[in-house]
Structure formats: structure tokens, C-alpha cells
Design a protein around this ligand. Structure first.
Ligand SMILES: [Zn+2]
Length: 179
């Protein structure tokens, strides 16, 4: 069961944009519960879920649909909404309700960062990693530190964790991002 404010349709009138995300929370958000008091809570709760929503689109409509979502939704939103000097690194987000910049760091840049981690470790390792986390953390609290341990385990001798750590504290979206 999912609960959300009745004002959600006022903020985002097109249910196509929010319903798949909210349905995704049945897995990451409900069954696997982010620890609300831990550092990186918003990334764990919202960015991972939003990227899983993108993976659902990819699974249903094909690889090109994922590329389109990454570039035409996340990247475009981020670059249009966040002005250069106002960039907030993911690790400095206090709340997604604080500012549009913080919301974009989590809902737009977050999934792009996860895509970089996936490209680093490869599809097979990424899928195994996500499935293992889901199995190991059902009905338990899950934190960013837990997530990092799994990235270290599935990601090429620490290379992918290193890249992930860099991106969590970086400003903006650099030219090296892959889609
Ligand atoms: Zn959400």
C-alpha cells in the first residue's frame, strides 16, 4: 500500500510522471526501508527508486527508452532548472523539500549517478547487486553505507565505489557522464 499527499496531482498533473515512481516504492521505500536518520537518506530512498523506475521503462520499452529518459528527462531537467552556481552536491542535500536544486540533485542527478555506477560494473553485476540488496535488506533499515559495501563487492576492485564516492560530492554533471 502506498500513501502520498492528495496534493501530489497539483504539483505534477501528469500521473505518467509520478505513478511509476510511487509504485516503485513498494520495493525500495517500503519492503527495503531507508534509515531516515542516516546520512544520504534522500539518495537511498528517492534516487535508487527513481533509477529502478527508469530500469522498468528500459525493461518494458527497450534500451533506447532508457537513453531517452536519461537525456531528455533527467539531464534536461537538471540543466534547465539548476543554475551553475546553485549546484548542490548529493551529499549536501538536507531535504528534497528545501529547494528545487536539492530536489533535482536527488530526482534527476541521482539516477544519472547510479547509471554511471551500473556502466562501471556492467549490467550483470549491477542486476546481481540490486537483487542481492533486495534479498538481504527486506524488512530492514538500509543506508548509503550499506549500499557502498555492495558496490564495493560487485564493482571491479573498488573502482566503481571510487567513482561513486566522487560523484556524491561533485557539483554539476560533467562531460564524462555516459548514457
Ligand atoms: Zn519517492
Amino acid at each position: 500500500m502506498l500513501l502520498f499527499t492528495s496534493r501530489l496531482p497539483d504539483y505534477i498533473p501528469d500521473p505518467g510522471l509520478w505513478a511509476p515512481h510511487e509504485v516503485g516504492h513498494q520495493w525500495f521505500g517500503n519492503v527495503v526501508s531507508p534509515d531516515e536518520n542516516a546520512r544520504g537518506r534522500w539518495f537511498v530512498e528517492e534516487s535508487i527508486n527513481e533509477y529502478l523506475r527508469a530500469m522498468y521503462v528500459e525493461h518494458t520499452y527497450g534500451a533506447d527508452s532508457l537513453k531517452r529518459l536519461l537525456r531528455e528527462l533527467y539531464l534536461r531537467n537538471y540543466t534547465e532548472i539548476v543554475k551553475k552556481e546553485k549546484d548542490v552536491p548529493i551529499m549536501e542535500v538536507v531535504s528534497v523539500n528545501n529547494s528545487v536544486e536539492e530536489a533535482q540533485a536527488i530526482y534527476a542527478k541521482g539516477p544519472l549517478v547510479l547509471h554511471q555506477v551500473r556502466r562501471c560494473m556492467g549490467d550483470d553485476n549491477w542486476n546481481s547487486c540490486i537483487k542481492r540488496i533486495y534479498r538481504d535488506f527486506q524488512k530492514q533499515l538500509f543506508t548509503l553505507e550499506d549500499f557502498k559495501r555492495y558496490i564495493a563487492r560487485f564493482g571491479k576492485d573498488g573502482k566503481c565505489l571510487g567513482r561513486f564516492n566522487e560523484l556524491l560530492i561533485a557539483r554539476g554533471i560533467d562531460q564524462d557522464f555516459v548514457y
